[in-house]
Design a protein around this ligand. Structure first.
Ligand SMILES: *Cc1c(COP(=O)(O)O)cnc(C)c1O
Length: 595
């Protein structure tokens, strides 16, 4: 077991400033937020998106504050043995030695007792100095039951009871903290269903302490008026639900019976998504197709879409940042200026990408002892290991893959990704990739699986490979964001047309679509076909490849960023429409063309 670490936080103004929280009109709630590479407060895409959103909020001086949990022991560090067997260790850190305290203790009633909570304040500092405060709730408070003191230790750890307690802390504790700090947000944004219990706390506030059974439709409407919700996955297991016994045990009779009476149960279970849907005036999915898929999943609620993005300055390589600062300095506050990359020569873009590739290869060598050739076509595949992401689709026809590698003058593939500690099937997938790599590694084909996919490794990979590969089973990839990081760095994608790629793919210009097929074999065949006949010949043509790299930045970097995404949240989600009963864009679109 390792000792608690004191992370170095370069991006946080580590002083005890007391800003005026009453000016913060938006409260952003998320179970995980990636705040700094050294802080283990995230697991993957959801936390990255939350962090990137807040970094864009800081850069664009948006009036936002955020609430999450401290996760004192992190998600986990991944260890892989020689056959790809994953084991995990905790990532303990010491918030008291790292961040200023919010100087408040609040208490919430849960599990039939009082739980005390404190909070640590992380400051996301934008490019012009604007600060977005993030409050990390911590139950490790003297006076708490010793079991309760560990409730904010493990992100996505423990059983469903532990998870429900964490969600109670996030939703109920988060509102209690904001009230004690004197914050007066007008909009509460639930980033995924984990935060849905904040609606119950708002309903309690609305009732001034009267029992929830007194709540009227007007009270519920008053809460709805303040809440917006983003749903993040079409995978059913991604929507948390809890048994009624646990709901009553953790939340107590008044809240639990209100949740039942208001109609937030689904299939006899307490369902966080349905609570959030019921109490939100605006709901969105995270890419256009995901909005449609979510609408089919929840037909009784109108569901919109705002496509995800990434924080450009976080994901652009050092060398690209230097190039852009010199050529297009305004890009940091307004990413739309990235379009002016068309004023930079393709050769300059290609040379800048090459620096990222060299850096990646040096890191691969130092981590694994494997020598990669910077002149050889290099594919990257890194993501949370879940069965629908199909990490092994590339190995469907190993002989074909080897033949292509030999024909095109070599091929290198870098893999990375963590499986959730309880996901036995996911862990099996990692071993499968290891087995394929051991079998196929030759002078023409080099395959390496890198350990512990995290912020830093994600950046290295998306900045350094030549092509980013994504092979999800449709339509389970809600958005995906790693391909957006790649695009910003001039890296095209080879991907199933799912999630963001439906919007981002311009064939042979920003990348390639793997054609839909009836079976994995057919889809794999399309992947091999594109690799052999479209990608390899283009890669061999230095001028054409450089032009493509520039298109990726100009066409996709300009759009798939969180500056644009956040502006869309303000326009479509956060801003209350003039009257809630006014005609919506949707209702106009659905009118017949000819009356
Ligand atoms: C960007 C990122 C993700 C999310 O990427 P997807 O394309 O959604 O898989 C996950 N983990 C890390 C470490 C990342 O940087």
């Amino acid at each position: 077991m390792s000792l608690p670490q004191t992370p170095v936080i370069p991006n946080s103004a580590n002083q005890n400033s007391d800003f005026d929280l009453t000016a913060r009109t938006i409260a952003y709630f998320s179970m995980e937020i990636a705040l700094a590479p050294s802080l283990p407060t995230y697991s993957g895409g959801l936390g990255m998106l939350a962090g990137d959103t807040l970094r864009s909020a800081a850069d664009t001086a948006a009036p936002i504050l955020a609430v999450s949990l401290v996760h004192r022991r992190g998600y986990f560090r991944q260890h892989l043995d020689t056959i790809g067997q994953q084991t995990e260790t905790d990532v303990p850190w010491a918030p008291e030695a790292t961040l200023p305290s919010a100087n408040r203790i609040v208490s919430i009633q849960m599990q039939g007792r009082e739980v005390l909570l404190r909070a640590w304040r992380f400051e996301v500092v934008g490019v012009t100095g604007h600060v977005v405060p993030v409050f990390l709730l911590d139950s490790d408070v003297e006076g708490n039951d010793s079991w309760d003191r560990h409730l904010t230790d493990h992100l996505y750890g423990g059983d469903t009871y532990y998870r429900l307690c964490q969600e109670a802390i996030l939703g109920l504790g988060g509102i209690a903290l904001l009230q004690s700090l004197g914050a007066t947000p007008e909009v509460f944004h639930m980033n995924e269903g984990h935060a849905a219990l904040l609606t119950i706390a708002l309903l309690e506030t609305q009732l001034h302490g009267a029992p929830l059974r007194n709540a009227t439709e007007a009270d519920i409407e008053a809460v709805r008026h303040q809440c917006v919700f983003t749903t993040h996955t079409p995978v059913p297991a991604g929507h948390d639900q809890f048994g009624l016994d646990q709901m009553y045990q953790v939340l107590g009779h008044d809240r639990a019976s209100a949740i039942d009476r208001i109609g937030c149960l689904h299939n006899g279970l307490m369902n966080m998504t349905y609570i959030a849907l019921k109490f939100s005036r605006y709901v969105n999915g995270v890419a256009m197709q995901h909005g449609i898929v979510s609408q089919q999943m929840f037909p009784e609620y109108p569901i919109h879409a705002i496509t995800n993005g990434v924080h450009a300055a976080t994901w652009l390589s050092e060398s690209f940042q230097q190039l852009l600062d010199a050529q297009i300095p305004a890009w940091r506050t307004d990413n739309q200026y990235l379009r002016s990359v068309y004023g930079i020569s393709p050769a300059n873009v290609a040379a800048t990408h090459r620096k990222g590739k060299l850096r990646l290869m040096a890191e691969v060598a130092s981590r694994t002892g494997q020598t990669f050739d910077p002149n050889v076509l290099t594919l990257g595949f890194a993501r949370r290991v879940a069965t629908y992401k199909r990490a092994s689709l590339l190995f469907t026809d190993p002989a074909r893959l080897v033949a292509i590698a030999e024909k095109i003058g070599g091929l290198q593939i870098l893999f990375a990704g963590k499986a959730h500690p309880a996901d036995t099937a996911g862990k099996g997938l990692i071993r499968e990739v290891f087995a394929s790599a051991a079998l196929l590694n030759s002078s023409a084909l080099k395959i390496v699986y890198l350990e512990n996919y995290d912020w830093e490794l994600g950046a290295l990979l998306t900045q350094g490979v030549d092509v980013w590969v994504n092979t999800p089973r449709r339509p389970y990839e809600a958005s995906g964001t790693s391909g957006m990081k790649a695009a910003l760095n001039g890296v095209p994608s080879l991907s199933i047309l799912d999630g963001w790629w439906i919007e981002g793919c311009a064939e042979n210009t920003t990348g390639w679509a793997i054609e839909d097929g009836e079976s994995e074999e057919i889809e794999a065949a399309s992947l091999y076909q594109k690799l052999e006949y479209a990608i390899a010949p283009l890669y061999a043509n230095t001028t054409a490849w450089a032009a493509m790299q520039r298109h990726c930045i100009a066409m996709n970097g300009t759009f798939f960023n969180t500056h644009r995404m956040l502006a869309q949240y303000f326009q479509n989600s956060y801003q209350v429409p003039p009257t809630l009963t006014s005609v919506t864009a949707e209702s106009i679109q659905h009118e017949p063309a000819l009356a």
